[in-house]
Design a protein around this ligand. Sequence first.
Ligand code: HEC
Length: 170
Amino acid sequence: MAKKKGNTSNKKENSQGITKKSHPLKPLITIGFLTLGVGFYFVIKAIYTLYIMPIDDDKSGWPLYQKYCASCHGLSAEGQDIRQPKGGTYPDGSFIAPALNGLGNSWLSSDEQLFIKIKKGSTIPNSPMMGFEEQLTDEGIYLVIGFFKSKWPALTRQIHENRFPNIQKE
Ligand code: HEC
């Protein structure tokens, strides 16, 4: 009887003797998944480039930033508390230094407004954000601003430049 004779079957067998059933739409499905995969990659890449990837082209203000600002605003300008990038206060009333990396509100201010805040200090009563007039020259302040702005994603940077076209550029 030819009943259990696998070799006589018209199905394909691979080297391990495993029977392969080939679905007629298999090539189409494969191409579909590949296309989806490639599309997905480009969408993620675009989102990353626009919204996440920092421009990071300016390290000249880093030494000053590290010396005077990092203790409160974080080494990568991520803010004092990453759960609250926009800053605010804790229940005990103490201040949270906001992120300066584009996730906080710093990009809503022009370079000049940022400059004045850093030079003269915050106008918010009891804020620990003091003025750095004594420690930093005007140029030093712009270097520091350049440093944390280099952390902003491209889209944030573009919006800022469109909104405040008179910004100081190197
Ligand atoms: C002792 C902690 C402390 C230090 C040091 C400090 N800051 Fe701040 N900074 C704060 C706090 C808290 C706030 C939020 C409250 C406010 O605006 O008054 C703030 C606010 C700011 C803002 C406004 C941000 C926004 O979202 O509008 C800027 C810009 C800023 N700081 C820049 C700097 C720079 C640049 C340095 C270093 C030269 C620095 N800070 C050093 C605590 C600090």
